[in-house]
Design a protein around this ligand. Structure first.
Ligand code: CTP
Ligand code: CA
Length: 224
């Protein structure tokens, strides 16, 4: 007979997930954003909750909604908001998965009033945002920390260096080479790279199935 607990392997565990894009304000009516749908992070949240976890889902702007008693949705807008929200839940988390497509740069100055189209050209000065994932890696204790990597070339090497640089336990490499994987789509083809550099490739699957695959790979580390 199967132990009921074995069917809810994340019962009582706290899982923190970041999802979606961030919007970086230019002026009161404009922003810099990206095409992330938030789908991968939302699917991870649902999969973790279905495994019994208490989930905090820190999400940038998305049309997606979730109504699940084990998922606490924390909406944010900018990279700075996501940084603050993620840090406020980090300490008590057992698993942290950063699936958000955080803006790498934001306008250095946010115009107080709507910018008028006075001139033929407009130059925006941008500065780096805070790296949420890297900042969590710096203060990591018991947390199993997972990042994503989107690469177009030298995929595995670049992902490995991100894994090391950000002090991760696992990185999910999203393959762009395959049609049918990535932003705005319902499917993803991933490879997982663990801290010990073990590489595991997965076939093209729905994001729902990909989320389950990722969590199944994490579970043994949580119970170890
Ligand atoms: N990430 C983050 N905060 C940022 C930028 C990235 O938390 N400001 C996280 C993403 O959620 C993802 C991982 O870092 O889990 C890698 O994101 P990616 O864009 O692939 O890498 P970057 O470190 O931003 O480097 P680059 O875009 O130059 O490849
Ligand atoms: Ca980036």
């Amino acid at each position: 007979e199967q132990d009921i607990l074995a069917q809810l392997p994340l019962k009582g565990k706290e899982v923190l997930i970041t999802a979606g894009p961030t919007y970086e304000a230019i002026d009161p009516v404009r922003f810099i954003g990206n095409h992330s749908s938030g789908k991968m992070g939302f699917e991870l949240a649902i999969a973790a909750a279905n495994l019994g976890a208490n989930v905090t889902l820190v999400t940038g702007p998305t049309h997606l909604t979730i109504d699940h008693s084990l998922i606490n949705v924390v909406p944010v807008v900018s990279a700075q908001d996501m940084f603050e929200a993620a840090h406020s839940y980090f300490k008590t988390s057992h698993i942290v998965i950063c699936a958000a497509a955080v803006a790498d740069y934001k306008p250095k100055y946010v115009a107080e009033n709507k910018i008028k189209k006075n001139d033929a050209t407009l130059t925006l000065e941008l500065e780096k945002t805070k790296d949420v994932l890297a900042s969590l890696g710096e203060i990591k204790q018991q947390q199993f920390l997972v990042g994503f990597a989107l690469e177009t070339n030298n995929e595995v090497e670049n992902a490995k260096s991100k894994l090391k640089r950000k002090n991760l336990d696992l990185i999910v490499l999203n393959s762009l080479n395959d049609k049918g994987a990535g932003f705005k789509l319902e499917t993803n083809k991933i490879s997982l790279i663990f801290k010990n550099e073990r590489l595991k490739n997965f076939p093209l699957k729905s994001k729902t199935e990909v989320a389950i695959d990722i969590l199944n790979e994490i579970i043994p580390f949580i119970h170890a």
